[in-house]
Design a protein around this ligand. Structure first.
Ligand code: NAD
Length: 480
């Protein structure tokens, strides 16, 4: 069985413990590879090698740094089919989606930050006749990058690329549920000539490897994407050590549909924003709020199209929804459907595990599920389910829907559907979320700030924000 290896000091190495964790293919429900069960001693080696390579990497000419990152991007493109297959097998997502979205975005992340680093400039502030200030931004040192399982290589590179581009060296940990593309990525880094120790990837469990990265005194900044509960633990560990923290956490995003929307666009995009990647995207609009006069028409059409979605073998071209990432996660999603029933919800379609015939008979598939009749405050509408489950609720007025949208402890993203431009701006302004999409969803410009308010996180990724995060700022004031 294939063994995944750690990538430390430029070498692919076994974990110090010699132990491995089983890696399950969620669409067939069986073990297909082994993941290093690393511990603090592996993290220690990774941090040491990152520290040792920092003087070289932080001082390397920008053009050279950018050229290596661009080479990695080119190698990702070269291996598109192989990486997409690996992502689909590891995560359960349709191969088609991995090929169209996940892997192209991973190379785009590398290329975007390779180029961006060449455009970073310092600021200067003149105090007329008195002094001149200049502000430098230097790489912060060793950065810890910890990523989740839903968009594995996409989110892994979204952190690593700006950290490396800023001149930091990195100790990174992908999710133990989806480590395969990070392993393949480490081989591409070697092929691209990334100097040894600049990027180190330590595989294993969050509470062992992740925790050891966060606790390590020589890791100066932590960039984390994952659940809000884990984010709290990380913040509690890192804050007393005065580490820089970027936390991208969960969401319970409202999808607001006014009666004057472009109905066809609103329905078809809402199907995507509800069920893409099996609903396992932090930006999915899991609470659909529809203006009362459009409610019945919208629900009827939405349910009809949800029933048409093909759930099945992720490797088949016709599959729209694959398997959920793991059996425990599937059970969590199913338990929320049961909770919704207890809370008075009516299941209009879906609601059950599906058994697919053939090779995927033991996979973790759940029907796309639409629920109505729930109160805004119930747990189903307040807690992140992170699966193919949406609720639809009516609203009467703009004021009411804004209060519904803001009733969540989360504040990651929101979508608004209306043809009334003034209203679109008004509503966008009042929703307490870091990302608002008007008449679209998941339309991403990598230059824009990305992140959430409230319990959806601290700080922003994307564009300059991420490059700045991985640097330390110094102001020098020179008296004239
Ligand atoms: P998770 O919090 O369980 O795990 C995320 C990562 O943290 C994994 O690599 C895990 O091993 C590691 N980890 C776990 N415990 C740790 C600890 N004590 N110290 C350090 N690292 C630790 O999250 P998940 O289940 O992998 O991902 C799903 C969650 O991620 C959802 O809540 C989703 O909304 C969120 N997410 C957010 C964004 C965003 O950009 N805001 C994007 C994708 C996913």
């Amino acid at each position: 069985m294939e063994k995944i290896l750690n990538y430390i000091n430029g070498q692919l190495v076994e974990p110090a413990s010699g132990k491995y964790i089983e890696n399950i293919n969620p669409s067939i429900g069986s073990v297909y590879s082994l993941i290093p069960d690393s511990d603090a001693s592996d993290v220690q080696k990774a941090v040491q090698s990152a520290q040792a390579s920092f003087p070289l990497w932080s001082a390397i000419p920008l053009e050279k740094r950018a050229s290596i990152l661009n080479t990695i991007a080119n190698l990702i493109d070269r291996d598109l089919d192989k990486l997409a297959l690996a992502e689909s097998v590891d995560q359960g997502k349709p191969l088609k989606l991995a090929r169209a979205v996940d892997i192209p975005r991973a190379s785009a992340n590398m290329r975007f930050y390779a180029t961006a680093s060449m455009h970073m400039s310092s600021e200067s502030h003149l105090m007329e006749g008195e002094a001149i200030n200049y502000t430098t931004r230097t790489p912060i040192g060793v950065a810890g990058c910890i990523s989740p399982w839903n968009l594995p290589l996409y989110l892994f590179t979204w952190k690593i690329a700006p950290a490396l581009a800023a001149g930091c060296t990195v100790v990174a940990k992908p999710s133990e549920l989806t480590p395969m593309t990070a392993f393949l990525f480490s081989k591409l880094c070697i092929e691209a000539g990334l100097p040894a120790g600049v990027l180190n990837i330590v595989h294993g469990l969050g509470n062992k490897v992740g925790q050891a990265i966060v606790e390590h005194p020589n890791v100066s900044a932590i960039s984390f994407t994952g659940g809000t509960v884990t984010g709290k633990t990380i913040a509690a560990t890192a804050a007393p050590m005065f580490k820089k923290l970027s936390l991208e956490l969960g969401g319970k995003n409202p999808n607001i549909i006014f009666a004057d929307c472009d109905f066809e666009q609103a329905v078809s995009t809402s199907i995507n924003s509800s069920f893409s990647n099996q609903g396992e995207i932090c930006l999915c609009g899991s609470r659909i709020l529809v203006e009362q006069s459009l409610f019945d028409k919208f629900v009827g059409e939405f349910v009809k199209r949800t029933k048409e979605l093909t759930v099945g073998d992720p490797l088949e071209e016709s599959t729209r929804m694959g398997a959920l990432v793991s059996e425990p996660h599937m059970n969590k999603v199913l338990s929320y459907i049961e909770l919704a029933k207890k809370e008075g919800g009516q299941i209009l379609c879906g609601g059950k595990r599906i058994t697919i015939s053939g090779r995927c008979a033991n996979g973790y598939f759940v029907e796309p599920t639409v629920i109505v009749g729930l109160d805004q405050q119930c747990r189903t509408n307040q807690e992140e389910i992170f699966g193919p489950v949406v609720t639809i609720m009516p609203f009467d007025s703009e004021e009411e829907v804004i209060s519904f949208a803001n009733s969540s402890a989360y504040g990651l993203s929101a979508t608004v559907w209306t043809e009334n431009l003034k209203r679109a701006h008004r509503v966008a302004h009042q929703i307490k979320s870091g990302i608002i999409w008007i008449n679209c969803w998941l339309l991403r410009d990598l230059r824009t700030p990305f992140g959430g308010m409230k319990q959806s996180g601290v700080g922003r990724e994307g564009g300059w924000e991420a490059l700045k995060f991985f640097t330390e700022t110094k102001n020098v004031c020179v008296k004239l």
